[in-house]
Ligand binder design. Structure first.
Ligand code: ADP
Ligand code: MG
Length: 550
């Protein structure tokens, strides 16, 4: 069969243009991306072989190899993983714009001099090969496939696909290095890059034939899954690189949780909370992202039974020997062992968060990033409600910082039996609400809630330490029972007959547009304010929903 020439989809071509011209200081990350793909490919094969052992038979020692050829100026990265067939090559390497490509380009703003080191986050890591190579060949055969293929490209607009009858199972990526990328023909440099970025990979990364291709093989990484090592053996740097690999993220982990659960059900968890928001945090599927392994065999990264949606920002792996190896992804949905692991994970994450909350500033940063997501748990996870309320932080009329409910309750006034809040678009705007006046005059603190999610959980009858949450913009103000602060002046009351006449006039004028007009103790300086009726949708929620409908 002759070579077939195809063109890159427009977005990919644009991406390549940026990658090729990227800042040179970051070029070494191409190796991280290709090794990461090779490792993923081996994970996929191991999983597929659980149900179809023939796929792996004859070549069951999965590994990643590097080979140098100084004369030809090539660096070859090969694996004996799942491989690709012709359709896979076309779909994965060149024509289909996955949503990540657009996000990545948007982040760069079309500026080639910006940071491309985050490329892997957007599912386009493969293309980083073109930072160092003028020509890239992928020789590959899919496990179980009849014959192999060769994909080849100079990264400038298109690629060719030809049959490659001899290609063994897996993928062999040959990089024809650019003249100015000769440093990657240096063993010392390869050792350093692999050690830095890929030491945590569970499979051996072997340099075949050493420096000149004829010497002894050399394994460049530790080749044991990072989570199986004990905490004292793992450095911060290694945790970080593993997080980058497993989380497809390139910030620093804000929190690392590594532990082994022992007892009725045993498992190891190595979990990370990112510093920055992942770009897909608010996608409607609310998918969780922790990878599940059974006895070091990768099973899935798409298992909703592992963590609840309100912890979807967590990254990492969970490995248990107590799940059957042949567990299918479908079976996992109702697996009782998995349900117990999930309970354990949630408990552990929340209790570690509680510890971190003692560091007020660091915790405020976390809360600003993920608080709105965690709050979804307030109405979704009945059992963890109190833990979640204890972890929640709010803006309030008490100072500029964030407050906890613990703080709030300790400041409650004599006669106050509820936790007051108001919802709206911004803290600054809420601080000016007329609905707050009566409360402020009596020194009663009010929480200022600005996340859309706040409309939902506050309407669920939750209580904290027996105290209900009550909106100051809803129903009648119950301020009479609360003792005023000494210095607060009680506003002068107009004679009853005058207010009655005013109310009659207002009702007559506003007619159908209002349900009622009442005298209220919630105002001190303003003449009037809008409130929603008890048990009705809040005014802010009504506005949100109207915006949503466009
Ligand atoms: P990502 O790894 O985030 O999916 P990449 O651009 O790194 O994005 O890779 C794109 C896709 O190409 C992978 O999802 C995979 O399907 C395929 N691929 C890349 N390298 C290999 C390989 N060594 N073996 C098999 N498939 C591969
Ligand atoms: Mg990749």
């Amino acid at each position: 069969m002759s070579a077939e020439t195809l063109t890159f989809q427009a977005e990919v071509a644009k991406l390549l243009d940026i990658v090729v011209n990227a800042l040179y200081s970051q070029r070494e990350i191409f190796l991280r991306e290709l090794i990461s793909n090779a490792s993923d490919a081996c994970d996929k094969l191991r999983y597929a072989a659980l149900t179809e052992p023939a796929l792996i038979a004859g070549d069951a020692d999965l590994r990643i190899t590097l080979r140098l050829d100084k004369d030809a100026k090539t660096l070859t990265i090969a694996d004996n993983g799942i491989g690709m067939d012709r359709d896979d090559l076309i779909n994965n390497l060149g024509t289909i714009a996955r949503s990540g490509t657009a996000e990545f380009l948007k982040g760069l703003g079309g500026d080639a001099r910006k940071d491309v080191s985050q490329i892997g986050q957007f599912g386009v890591g493969f293309y980083s090969a073109f930072m160092v190579a003028s020509q890239v060949e992928v020789h590959t055969r899919k496990a179980g496939g009849e014959h192999g293929w060769c994909w080849s490209s100079d990264g400038k607009g298109g690629f060719t696909i030809t049959e490659d009858a001899d290609a063994p199972r897996g993928a062999r990526i040959v990089l024809h290095l650019k003249d100015d990328a000769a440093e990657f023909l240096d063993v010392w440099r390869l050792r350093q890059v692999v050690k830095t970025y890929s030491d945590h990979i569970g499979l051996p990364v072997v340099l075949l034939g050493g420096e000149d291709g004829t010497g002894a093989d050399e394994t460049l990484n530790q080749a044991s899954a990072l989570w199986t090592r004990s905490r004292s053996e793992v450095t911060e740097e290694q945790y970080k690189e593993f997080y980058h690999h497993v989380g497809h993220a390139y910030d620093d982990p804000w929190l690392t949780v590594h532990y082994r659960a022992e007892g009725a059900i045993e498992y190891t968890g190595l979990l990370f909370i990112p510093t920055q928001k992942p770009f897909d945090l608010f996608q409607p599927d609310r998918k969780q992202h922790v990878k599940l392994y059974v006895n070091r065999v990768f099973i899935t990264d798409d298992c909703d039974g592992l963590l609840p949606p309100y912890l979807r920002f967590v990254r990492g792996v969970v490995d248990s020997a107590d799940l059957p190896l042949n567990v299918s992804r479908e079976m996992l949905q109702h697996n009782p062992v998995l349900a117990k692991i999930k309970t354990g994970l949630v408990k552990r994450i929340l209790s570690d968060l509680k510890k971190k909350a003692e560091d007020t500033d660091a915790y405020a940063a976390f809360w600003g990033t993920f608080g709105a997501v965690l709050k979804e748990g307030l109405y979704e996870d009945f059992e963890r409600r109190d833990d979640l309320l204890a972890l929640a932080r709010f803006h309030s009329t008490h100072g500029d910082g964030l407050v906890s409910l613990e703080d709030y309750v300790s400041r409650m006034k004599d006669g106050q039996d509820a936790i007051y809040f108001i919802t709206g678009e911004s803290v600054a705007a809420l601080r000016k609400s007329p609905q707050l006046e009566g409360y402020l005059a009596k020194g009663v603190e009010v929480l200022l809630l600005t996340d859309p999610i706040d409309e939902f959980w506050t309407g669920h009858g939750l209580r904290w330490k027996e105290k209900a949450f009550e909106s100051v913009a809803q129903g009648a103000a119950k301020l009479d029972a609360i003792k005023a602060e000494e210095q607060a002046e009680t506003p002068e009351q107009a004679p009853a007959d005058q207010t009655d006449a005013l109310i009659a006039l207002l009702k007559g004028t506003l007619g159908e547009r209002v349900k009622d007009v009442r005298v209220s103790s919630r105002l001190t300086a303003s003449a009037c304010c809008l409130v929603a009726d008890e048990g009705q949708m809040s005014i802010h929620l009504e506005r949100l929903l109207r915006q949503h409908q466009g």
